[in-house]
Design a binder for this molecule. Sequence first.
Ligand code: CA
Length: 434
Amino acid sequence: MKSLRNFLPFFCCMSLISCAQAPTAQHTHSEPIKIIKTEPNTTTSPNPLQTTHIISEAEFSACLDTFSAKAKTAGISATTINRSLRKAKLNTKVIELDRKQPEFTTSFADYFNRRVTNQRVDQGRALLVKHADLLKRIEQQYGVPAPYLLAFWGLETNYGSFFGNIPVVDSLATLACDARRSNFFTIELINALRILDAGDIAPDKMIGSWAGAMGHVQFMPSSFLQNAVDYDGDHKRDLWNSTPDALASAAHFLQSLGWQAEERWGREVKLPDSFPFLEAGLKNNKPISEWIKLGVKRADNSPLPQANINASLLVPSGHQGPAFLAYDNFNVIMRWNRSEFYAIAVGQLADQIAGAGKLIQSPPEDAPRLHRDQVMFLQAQLNEKGFNTGTPDGILGPGTRRAIGEFQHQQGMIADGFPSKKVLALLGINVDKP
Ligand code: CA
């Protein structure tokens, strides 16, 4: 889980038009991971392999020769090599998107309000009715309740309305031939060829995001090979054109990632005025009974259930925003996409599709928007004062939030780890004058 995170500095998106979308990864059998995209404020350090060289057509052609030999060794048929890999086209736009770093942090309010919309909730509720029988069968087989499947579907492709439109072999061959993340994309390219060899999809129909994520639920080829199922019985795993195949495959994947059938994702909660915010953060996982002792209640102020499960407490907008308890399934969602914002959005969208109301505490919308350089400056200032953020990388990740919390604690402030205007001012950053 840890290594790929450092290897894949990604950022968000729902559309190739407005922003970049990055890949899904799959690890070993014991530790499967799928990373489709990670949010700008939760990624780790920039990749040292990043280069500025954009390969030429001649270099790409030579690279295809090398990969053709590799594909042959990997057992890919000559037909697939000649019809697909040999005809791959260099797409330099894909390389540009892969290297693009987000300039500004994204606030939780911005992220959440763009994704968990009334339209998306309404459409999810309609699809819940439309596909009720199918979803019931899938839940019985894989243990993932329908509202969660709809939430993933809604967040990944707006329920199948946008799959990406780049030939997957083009994007993966381009990224495999580019130096920056060649090893990762070489594996995905070979796996994409395996899918074509198996006959699940015609080569010209295998389209995806710029990073090769495919179909209704945006599987990378490795995730496809391990988790895609033929659920409509036509002997093809068609994640582009078959809703049963796509939803059952998503459920199968979540099951393999460790989904707990009887548990929720987590829930919005209410904290007492005196809450010790240094307890917040995904790494501080403890029994719900401990949170109850600290005064945590449901968001409607009723008592939390006395369930025998562990949870972490999250305050993505600081103490003035909503608070959440994250249960085991929250971590499963983060194995699909390593982003706390994404996992909260999945959970909330699922709850609302199932009939729940909106967040009781809305996230404040005036959170400072920080330029990458300002975050690096913030990190350097904290390091200088003895609050370790690691090597400044311009990304507001868990380590930086922890250091901010410790700095706040020293200053006698509420230690929620949130870079409020007051914290920034104390560290010499004026967000009104970027
Ligand atoms: Ca099928």
